[in-house]
Design a protein around this ligand. Structure first.
Ligand SMILES: Cc1cc2nc3c(=O)[nH]c(=O)nc-3n(C[C@H](O)[C@H](O)[C@H](O)COP(=O)(O)OP(=O)(O)OC[C@H]3O[C@@H](n4cnc5c(N)ncnc54)[C@H](O)[C@@H]3O)c2cc1C
Length: 468
């Protein structure tokens, strides 16, 4: 990789890029680049960003194509940057690089009501998408990672999940077409406004979750759905993790699929509420399940809420609270959204493992044992209907705890023992790359490396993410 050119002669790189995008859209001035050097990876885990970079902000796929042709010819690393809300250091440059920001590709291209699809440029944010859907009022897009500053291209590249996956799945389930600029500069379109398409290998699905390593996504077509008419939120408390977990499959077997089923250790909810200057409404028990139900009618909402409470009682729930008004519902959701807030300054790692849903109680028991063994104070929340648990490994007065690497590896191995995965929705990025061999055989890693080479022969795109 020709990183010396960027480090020693940045003015040459700046000049070449200015010829493509214009003078105003290239910089290597550190004060203007600060906001492009980091993402939302936990402070204690973030790799040190390399500051010998050049930021470029193209306005079209054609300009991106020219930038990539130049970078490929000179063999310069290109870090692809969306909204910068990622949590696995995917958008952090760790060597002298061109940082390519998608922020100027931010338009809604087409709202196709008849086909229930929307096409956006990849730099449009989730918040823009939601605003567009609110204007329309009839249609809905289900995937919602916690930060609305995420760009749709970043959500595709990270295959984002979020709280609503239990009912609607993840990005992979809703992306119908992508426009992509390859490392060698060709612009290709994958997929289309189709509900069925079986021709050839599915390159569209390969691009989803590729974290900037296989191509730069410039346009995204997403499937939309009819909005449900009635929403309700239920908070149900239990004395143990196992009782809470055991209630979930029975609710799903009953034919009730809530929009979200969130698990929370009580201590997290109480701290999150306290930080917001309010109180968590549940007092009995030590753990909570939060259910969000969205139904076609008030009758369905009431009868399904009753059934959920009934099943939870059968599994030992000690209290249930129905948030009927919009104000009560948003109060609960606001506290849930602030779960990370009180821990932010002293968190070593937010784990993101998933196990088959039936193994969640055993996984929780193993984590409790590890917590004792390693003397760490692990707290947990998660999208429990998907078997996706976020364990917070705590830092030691603002530093990684001494046994952090071993503890993390033990948790990964425990998840894999149950047929699980190291990361369910946050991705591999740079922070989890070294753990690939825990989950994949060398044969599988070799196939991934060959795929990377087929798309990006000089390995210029997002080096350091997933595989080399
Ligand atoms: C408070 C908070 C809550 C969150 N909650 C969730 C959650 O519930 N579920 C979840 O899944 N995630 C969650 N996230 C993580 C994050 O929001 C998602 O991963 C999101 O999809 C990242 O989008 P982004 O545009 O910010 O991407 P970035 O952070 O900019 O980039 C992420 C990766 O995608 C690549 N990339 C970005 N844009 C493109 C593009 N156009 N073409 C090719 N590659 C690209 C980058 O190189 C990088 O590797 C949360 C983050 C925060 C801060």
């Amino acid at each position: 990789m020709n990183t010396d050119l960027i480090k020693n002669s940045p003015e040459k790189v700046v000049e070449s890029l200015r010829k493509v995008v214009g003078d105003d859209w290239v910089t290597n001035d550190l004060s203007q680049m600060q906001g492009y050097l980091y993402d939302e990876t936990e402070t204690l885990l973030r790799p040190e960003a390399c500051k010998d970079c050049v930021v470029v902000k193209p306005a079209s796929p054609e300009e991106i194509s020219e930038v990539l042709k130049y970078a490929n010819k000179e063999v310069l690393p290109v870090i692809v940057r969306g909204g910068g809300t990622g949590v696995v250091a995917g958008a952090i440059p760790t060597q002298p690089s061109i940082i390519l920001s998608l922020e100027r590709l931010n338009k809604v291209v087409e709202f196709d009501e008849k086909n229930l699809m929307i096409t956006l440029e990849s730099g449009a944010t989730l918040s823009q998408l939601l605003e567009e859907l609110n204007k329309n009022g009839k249609l809905f897009f289900p995937v919602h990672p916690g930060d609305e500053g995420a760009q749709v291209g970043g959500m595709v590249a990270a295959n984002a999940g979020g709280t609503r996956a239990v009912k609607h799945g993840i990005m992979r389930n809703h992306v119908k077409a992508l426009e992509v600029v390859l490392a060698t500069g060709e612009i290709i379109t994958l997929g289309g406004k189709l509900l069925k398409n079986n021709m050839g290998y599915d390159l569209l699905q390969l691009m989803i979750g590729s974290e900037g390593t296989l191509g730069i996504i410039t346009k995204v077509t997403l499937r939309l759905y009819a909005r449900s008419k009635c929403n309700g939120t239920l908070l149900v408390s239990f004395n143990s993790q196992r009782e809470a977990c055991d209630a979930v499959p029975e609710i799903l077997q009953e034919g009730i699929t809530p929009l979200a089923i969130e698990y929370m250790d009580r201590v997290i909810s109480e701290k999150a509420a306290e930080q917001l200057g309010t109180t968590w409404p549940a007092a009995k028990g030590s753990v909570d399940l939060m259910f969000i139900l969205d139904e076609c009618s008030e009758d369905d909402l009431y009868s399904n809420s009753e059934k959920v409470v009934e099943i939870c009682e059968k599994h030992g729930s000690v209290d249930s609270i129905v948030a009927e008004t919009e104000k009560d519902q948003s109060h609960l959701l606001q506290i849930r959204s602030n779960a990370y807030g009180p821990y932010k300054d002293n968190i070593a790692d937010i784990m993101d493992v998933a196990v088959p849903p039936s193994s969640v109680p055993d996984f929780f028991d193993d984590v409790k044992r590890l917590t004792k063994e390693y003397g760490n104070e692990i707290v947990s929340l998660g999208h429990i209907g998907d078997g996706n648990i976020h364990n917070f490994i705590m830092g030691d007065n603002g530093k990684l705890p001494t046994n952090y690497e071993q503890l993390k590896e033990e948790i990964y191995k425990t998840a894999i023992k149950y047929g699980g995965t190291i990361t369910a929705e946050h991705g591999t990025g740079k922070t989890r790359k070294k753990h690939m061999p825990l989950q994949f055989s060398q044969v599988e890693i070799n196939i991934m490396e060959n795929i990377k080479r087929a798309f990006d022969p000089n390995s210029i795109l997002s080096p350091g993410n997933i595989v080399d």
